[in-house]
Ligand binder design. Sequence first.
Ligand code: ATP
Ligand code: MG
Length: 243
Amino acid sequence: MIPPDHPRYRSLMTRERLARCAKKGIVTLEGLTAHGRGEAFDYLIGERTTGSALLAEQTAAAFLLAAHQPVISVNGNTAALAAPEIADLQRASGALVEVNLFHRTEKRMRSIEQLLRDAGVDVLSGEAEQLLLLSHDRAWCRRNGIFSADVVLVPLEDGDRCEALVRMGKTVVVIDLNPLSRTARTATLTIVDELTRALPNITRACVDLSLTERDGLLASFDNNYLLKDAIREMTARLSHVLD
Ligand code: ATP
Ligand code: MG
């Protein structure tokens, strides 16, 4: 029997939740494969928040607090895995929450928005338009949401869209366990940590950071260091795992 506080127990519960959400159409088949990639990288990083990931999470909080219009962009996997954590982060940061899907249908949009509302999220509503320079469904967003945001937190983002948002001059903060993905390497700030570990750490930092700490984090952040340190942690673990 695996104890409930063990990372493996949590990961089994997570798989069950994703499978249930896939049956309801909230998570897509592509979303399930993306989760598998994430799990593989989570093994490599030791299923824990590293020191540099925590630093990235505190820096993410600093960016959200200093923003004029912060937006959290939510997809199917994020809603299925972390709707209550998104509600907590919204309360702590004052960010808007907008649903944005790679595989977009009105029915999926409605069921994901409802799942978030049931968890206490204030979801941005209103007409979406094709405003981003992308050829697929991810071009859709709201003029008063992601389109006019200065800081966007996009957990589990796709590389193309991350690049489009950066090209629009936005500060793009991503959560991605794969430090080699195009998303991880294109974003302004990359948090290499598991979504449900990362979000509460960002929320806690939103509550705890003083103004001086916030300014210090923004002045000293270095995404290249954060990515290199994540790769160093994975390499060190691979080298010593059987010792
Ligand atoms: P890219 O388009 O950035 O090159 P990709 O095509 O491999 O990457 P996407 O499906 O676009 O992947 O994005 C999903 C990313 O999210 C993957 O890199 C995956 O490792 C990561 N991921 C999946 N589940 C989680 C999770 N629970 N926490 C953190 N990261 C995750
Ligand atoms: Mg991709």
